[in-house]
Design a protein around this ligand. Structure first.
Ligand SMILES: NC(=O)c1ccc[n+]([C@@H]2O[C@H](COP(=O)([O-])OP(=O)(O)OC[C@H]3O[C@@H](n4cnc5c(N)ncnc54)[C@H](OP(=O)(O)O)[C@@H]3O)[C@@H](O)[C@H]2O)c1
Length: 293
């Protein structure tokens, strides 16, 4: 039995869809869900829904019965809780006899020394903890989602241009669906024990590059503006983000500007057996159909 945590979120849902596309029978897939009211779609596909909260160790032990491979999708709870929650999942997996844990970590030049501090350090702590536990593990070091670009770039970018203090920093943005397929490969094939994979595009792009790609796609010149960090936060708040989320996105922008995501590594082609979807194709899928004014 394969169990996917975070199954009501973007990456968890996409991973379960990839498993189904690969022909894994739905009754061989379990989904960890903390709020049963969100499980209707999973149940309608025949997925076994197991109720559990990363915060509640006993609930995890019940949920992990008969599980062989477990995909731990990193928590979206408040940052300070995340490492403890991940330890709960790992310890419950150990107690219930899970034979392989796959963890979605983060790919940066140095998680311990990032400008993002504790907002990313918990990934390194979780990876270290997993390595100490006597269960085979695989680390999926995910880069930034390409799906984050619309959130980071400001509102109505085809009209207003891209607005983010991202400097010339390059990031190998990758669509969530590609990361999900990489998860599904590791969950359904052998030889991944005690390995660490970088799940990133083969080419990294700056926001100036992204503006050029969008100009090409739309036939209209899309500008790239770099506001001060304070103005960027104010802009995000004006666009409807809560202040905390705006500040969080601004720290991502600062890390991007410093080139912290430009690690120049990718194991995606090796895992998928093909090159990942290009950023241009991803952007086209989002922006091409939009009406220009
Ligand atoms: N690489 C990137 O660019 C990037 C960007 C953003 C986030 N991330 C990280 O990657 C993770 C997955 O991304 P995503 O887009 O799929 O996030 P998401 O859509 O927010 O999904 C997070 C999932 O984790 C579940 N969860 C959170 N706290 C939990 C708890 N205490 N117990 C059990 N389940 C819990 C959520 O359940 P509910 O539906 O009940 O809330 C949801 O299913 C995020 O959680 C975050 O750590 C990465």
């Amino acid at each position: 039995m394969i169990l996917v945590t975070g199954a009501t979120g973007n990456l968890g849902k996409a991973t379960i869809n990839s498993l189904l596309t690969k022909g894994i029978p739905a009754n061989h897939i379990a989904a960890l869900v903390r709020d049963e009211s969100k499980s209707a779609e999973l149940k309608s596909k025949g997925i076994q829904v197991r109720i559990g909260d990363y915060q509640n160790f006993e609930s995890l032990k019940s949920a992990f019965q008969d599980v062989d491979k477990l995909l731990l999708i990193s928590s979206s709870s408040e940052i300070s809780y995340r490492f403890e929650q991940h330890k709960n999942v790992i310890n419950a997996a150990r107690e219930t006899g899970v034979s392989h844990i796959i963890y979605t970590s983060f790919d940066m030049k140095n998680l311990q020394q990032s400008i993002m501090g504790e907002e990313v350090r918990y990934h390194a702590d979780t990876a270290d903890y997993l390595k100490q536990i006597a269960i085979p593990y695989t680390l999926m070091d995910n880069t930034m989602y390409a799906d984050m670009i619309p959130f980071l770039s400001g509102k109505d970018i085809l009209i207003n241009g891209i607005s983010i203090p991202g400097g010339d920093g390059k990031t190998p943005f990758l669509p969530i669906t590609e990361m999900a397929e990489a998860n599904a490969v590791v969950l359904t094939s052998s030889g991944h024990e005690n390995k660490e994979y970088v799940i990133a595009a083969e080419t990294a792009f700056s926001f100036a590059d992204i503006a050029d790609l969008l100009s090409d796609i739309t036939g209209k010149t899309i500008a790239y503006y770099q506001p001060e960090v304070g103005s960027y936060v104010a802009q995000l708040v004006q666009d409807g983000f809560p202040e905390d989320d705006a500040a969080y996105l601004a720290r991502f922008a600062e890390a991007i500007a410093r080139g912290e995501f430009d690690t120049n590594r990718s194991d995606v082609k090796q895992l998928l057996g093909r090159s990942p979807k290009s950023l241009k194709d991803f952007l086209r899928s989002i922006y091409d159909s939009k009406k220009l004014t």
